[in-house]
Design a protein around this ligand. Structure first.
Ligand code: SF4
Length: 383
C-alpha cells in the first residue's frame, strides 16, 4: 500500500507540473479539499443511495458478478439478471461446474456475451487453480479472464477494503465536471489522469463506499444531461457548476458514423423443425444459437443472397419462400436490418461451415437455447 501511494505521488507531481493546464489546476484544487469533499459525498451516499438487492453484500463472488453484469448495462435492467443468475449459480463452485450453454442461457438478452464466457472461465480458474480462494488484491484480480482495471478496483475496494480507485463512465463525467476538465475524456492520457485523481481521492476509510458514492452521484445527480446541481452534495467543490458549464462537460471525441448492414436470415424448415447454428465460441455472440444467414451484397436480391449464404454456411440448397418480418437492431459498433424468410430445404446434408454445431429444433424447444436479442425479435413469429 505504502509503495503504491508513493508511486501515485510521483505520477501526480509529474502530471501537475504544468500550471497552465486547467485539468491539473482543477484536480489540484479538488485534492486540496479532499477531506471535505469525501465527507460530503459519503454522507450523501449513506443517506440517499438506491437500495438494491446486491448492495451492501460484501461476498466477493456477488461483488464480482455484479460488477461484470452491470458493465454497459443500466442498474434497472441488470438487477433482475443478477438475481436470476445468483439463484441458478449461487457460488463460484456452482458456476465453475455449470455447462457454458446454461451460463449463456442465463445471460441471454444482456449482450456482450464474452463477459459470460470469461466469467465462467475465471470461475474455473478460481476453483481449479486457487482452491476456491478469491484473489484479494486488484493486481491479482486482473490476472483472471475478463477482469480489467475497473472490475479489479471495484472488487478489491468493495469486497476487500483496498484503497483502489474505479473509473467508469459515471466517474469520468463527475470528475471532469468537478475539475472543469476541458480536454476530451476519450484521450488516453486524460483518462489516465482521471485514474490518478480517483486514486488520490479514494485513499481513506471505506474505499468501497467512496467508489460507489462517486458512481451513484453520476447515476442520480450528475446526469449526462441536465445535471441536478441544485441538489448536489458536492456542489461546493465543483468547478464546472461554479462557472455554469456543467452541461458542456465532459468533452468527448466526435463519434464515428456507425456502419449499417442489410442481412437476410433463413428460417429453414424440415419435418416441423428449424435449422439452427451455434456460433463459434470465440468472437461476437460466441456460443449463442442463431438462424443462418448473412449480409446482402450491393445490388443483390434477397433471395439470391439467401441461397448464396445458405450454400456457403451450410452446403445445402434451399427454396426461398414467404417473407416473415423485418427486424432492426443496434450493436455497439454497427446496426443491422434483418429480413427473415421462410425457406425449404431441397438438397444436400447441412454441414457446419460457419458454426461449431448445427441442430434441427422443434419450435417448442426454442426456449432451451440462448439466442441473440435480434433473433428473439422474430422467434415468436415462427412459433
Ligand atoms: S455540482 Fe453539478 S456538475 Fe458539479 S458534480 Fe454536482 S451535479 Fe455534477
Amino acid at each position: 500500500m505504502g509503495r503504491s501511494s508513493s508511486l501515485t505521488r510521483t505520477r501526480l507531481s509529474s502530471i501537475f507540473r504544468a500550471e497552465a493546464d486547467p485539468l491539473r489546476k482543477g484536480s489540484r484544487a479538488l485534492i486540496e479539499q479532499k477531506t471535505g469533499f469525501r465527507r460530503a459525498i459519503m454522507a450523501w451516499y449513506r443517506r440517499e443511495r438506491r437500495e438494491l438487492s446486491w448492495r451492501g453484500v460484501l461476498d466477493p463472488y456477488v461483488v464480482w458478478l455484479t460488477e461484470i453484469m452491470l458493465q454497459q448495462t443500466r442498474v434497472e435492467q441488470g438487477t433482475p439478471y443478477i438475481e436470476r443468475f445468483l439463484a441458478l449459480f449461487p457460488s463460484v463452485e456452482a458456476l465453475a461446474a455449470a455447462d457454458i450453454d446454461r451460463v449463456l442461457k442465463a445471460w441471454e438478452g444482456l449482450g456482450y456475451y464474452s463477459r459470460a464466457r470469461n466469467l465462467h472461465k475465471a470461475a474455473k480458474v478460481i476453483v481449479g487453480e486457487r482452491n476456491g480462494q478469491f484473489p484479494d488484491t486488484a493486481p491479482e484480480w486482473r490476472t483472471l479472464p475478463g477482469v480489467g482495471r475497473y472490475t479489479a478496483g471495484a472488487v478489491a475496494s468493495i469486497a476487500f477494503g483496498r484503497n483502489e480507485p474505479v473509473v467508469d463512465g459515471n466517474v469520468k463525467r463527475v470528475l471532469a465536471r468537478l475539475t472543469n476538465l476541458r480536454a476530451s475524456i476519450d484521450d488516453t492520457k486524460v483518462a489516465e489522469e482521471l485514474w490518478v485523481l480517483a486514486g488520490v481521492l479514494v485513499q481513506g476509510k471505506a474505499p468501497g463506499d467512496f467508489n460507489q458514492a462517486l458512481m451513484e452521484l453520476g447515476a442520480q445527480i450528475c446526469l449526462p444531461r441536465n445535471a441536478r446541481c441544485g441538489g448536489c452534495p458536492t456542489r461546493k467543490y465543483c468547478a464546472a457548476s461554479a462557472l455554469g458549464v456543467q452541461d458542456k462537460l465532459p468533452k468527448r471525441r466526435p463519434k464515428k458514423t456507425v456502419p449499417h448492414h442489410e442481412v437476410v436470415i433463413a428460417a429453414i424448415k424440415k419435418n416441423g423443425r428449424y435449422l439452427l447454428g451455434k456460433r463459434p465460441a470465440d468472437g461476437m455472440l460466441g456460443g449463442l444459437w442463431e438462424f443462418p444467414g448473412g449480409k446482402v451484397k450491393t445490388g443483390e436480391a434477397d433471395a439470391a443472397a439467401l441461397r448464396r449464404e445458405v450454400k456457403e454456411e451450410l452446403g445445402i440448397a434451399v427454396e426461398v419462400g414467404d417473407f416473415v418480418a423485418t427486424v432492426n437492431h443496434a450493436y455497439s459498433h454497427f446496426k443491422v436490418t434483418l429480413r427473415i424468410y421462410r425457406c425449404t430445404h431441397i438438397q444436400g446434408k447441412a454441414v457446419p461451415n460457419a458454426h461449431s454445431e448445427l441442430k434441427w429444433v422443434l419450435p417448442r424447444d426454442f426456449e432451451r437455447y440462448a439466442f441473440p436479442t435480434a433473433n428473439h425479435k422474430f422467434l415468436k413469429l415462427l412459433v
